[in-house]
Design a protein around this ligand. Structure first.
Ligand SMILES: *Cc1c(COP(=O)(O)O)cnc(C)c1O
Length: 409
């Protein structure tokens, strides 16, 4: 399978291991507990041998999904979670301690921004930097710095972080480099290629695609040597040091914190994942056509989309993401337009939060996800009151352009 293409590999991934009865999908295993015929085997699995004990720590269904994500990311292992936020929270909370320093991109998802506030409350020092230039990351490094975090392509501003140069900076200083790959998905960007240590994906978005299951995942790229990382607890300092970090995330994040993905949701996400490349290609071509059309429209003040040559990181996005620019765009309407009236005139687009869905979704950011953070931080992030986040779906492009035109008329 190793030389097959992305979709071939994904649709046949369950069959890399033997599947019960030759089923083509890994079956759903909703069982909470797993019984053993041999007590020594029971003890061995509790002590770290591969196997299943209690569903809070995973099931054969979540394990099959995790294998799929690992293959997509070209990683060495994956742990799944109930949501993308659970995956991020588990990563930060299990690898950082009070007194440690985290450098994060300032251009990040609103709820992640709020999570970083929780980390600060717990005594982790957090510095936000403009990660579109790796020199800002470099300049923020201190002796207590343990980790650097950035989104590959930022939600919602679409800034593209200086991913490769940050990777080099982290490698030379032995910092854990975590990237949130949600907006690009492993089809457009593999964290391992930019030097990341760990890759987080919200499976609720592009990987599921259908908008009826939530999930998250942390994938180990295998690039980081955890033997030098002080915060790994003694019981997890066993075996190949390359996997220690992910083991700790799994033990503490799933077993102790319990943010576990259900078998039902894992199954739905695995089915969605099979069509990622087909959907993503259509989404990217739709988004580029819509961004081009809207950037010419007199009632649109600005379109933030990395596929446009006017985007500050257009060249970088083209090089990093294979000339595909994702499905998310920021649109600023001219100030004369009442944003709420405009939204009420839309007929095809759904007024909903979420992204990476088959349907095109639109959200006024300042009044929703960024409401809580207040005007000052919004201004710092470049979110004006007329800023709309649009997540492009797989609809017919004429219908999307037509809906904008009638609502702007
Ligand atoms: C949505 C999103 C998350 C959170 O994922 P959920 O599955 O909704 O918890 C994290 N990061 C980014 C970039 C996102 O867009």
């Amino acid at each position: 399978m190793a030389n097959n293409g992305f979709t071939t590999t994904i649709v046949h991934s369950d069959r890399r291991a033997s599947v019960e009865h030759g089923a083509i999908h890994k079956p759903m295993h909703p069982s909470s507990e797993y019984a053993f015929a041999d007590s020594r085997e029971l003890a061995a699995v509790f002590q770290g041998k591969a196997g299943f004990t209690y569903a809070r720590q995973g099931t054969p269904t979540t394990a099959a999904l995790e294998d799929k994500i690992t293959v997509m990311e070209g990683g060495t292992g994956t742990v799944s979670f109930a949501t993308g936020m659970a995956a991020l929270a588990a990563t930060f909370l299990t690898l950082l301690k009070a007194g440690d320093h985290l450098i994060s991109s300032q251009h990040i998802f609103g709820n992640t921004n709020s999570l970083l506030g929780t980390l600060s409350d717990l005594g982790v020092q957090v510095t936000l930097v403009d990660a579109t230039d790796a020199r800002n990351v470099e300049a923020a490094v201190r002796p207590e710095t343990k980790m650097v975090f950035t989104e590959t392509l930022a939600n919602p501003g679409t800034q593209v972080a200086d991913l490769e140069a940050i990777g080099r900076c982290c490698a030379s200083r032995k910092l854990v480099y975590v990237v949130d790959n949600t907006l690009t998905s492993p089809l457009l960007c593999q964290g391992v290629k930019v030097g990341a240590s760990l890759v987080v994906n919200s499976l609720s978005k592009h990987i599921g695609g259908h908008g009826n299951a939530l999930g998250g995942a942390v994938t180990n790229t295998g690039l980081y040597d955890w033997s030098g990382y002080a915060n790994i607890a003694e019981p997890y300092r066993k075996g190949n040091p390359v996997s220690w970090g992910l083991t700790q995330i799994k033990k503490k994040g799933l077993r102790d914190m319990g943010g576990t993905l259900s078998a039902e949701a894992a199954h739905r996400l695995a089915v969605g994942a099979e069509t990622l490349a087909l959907r993503m290609d259509k989404i990217c071509s739709n988004a580029l056509a819509l961004a081009q059309a809207l950037s010419r429209h007199p009632k649109v003040a600005k379109v933030h989309y990395p596929g446009l040559p006017t985007h500050a990181q257009h060249e970088r996005a083209a090089a990093l993401f294979g000339k595909r620019y994702g499905g998310l765009m920021g649109i600023e309407l001219v100030p004369e337009i009442d944003v709420f009236d405009f939204l009420n005139r839309l007929k095809v687009l759904a007024l909903a939060t979420h992204l990476g869905d088959n349907r095109t979704l639109v959200l006024p950011m300042a009044h929703t996800i960024y409401y809580e953070m207040g005007p000052e931080r919004r201004a710092q992030m470049g979110i004006s009151d007329n800023f709309l986040r649009v997540s492009i779906g797989i609809e017919d492009i004429e219908d999307l352009i037509g809906d904008f035109e009638q609502a702007l008329a």
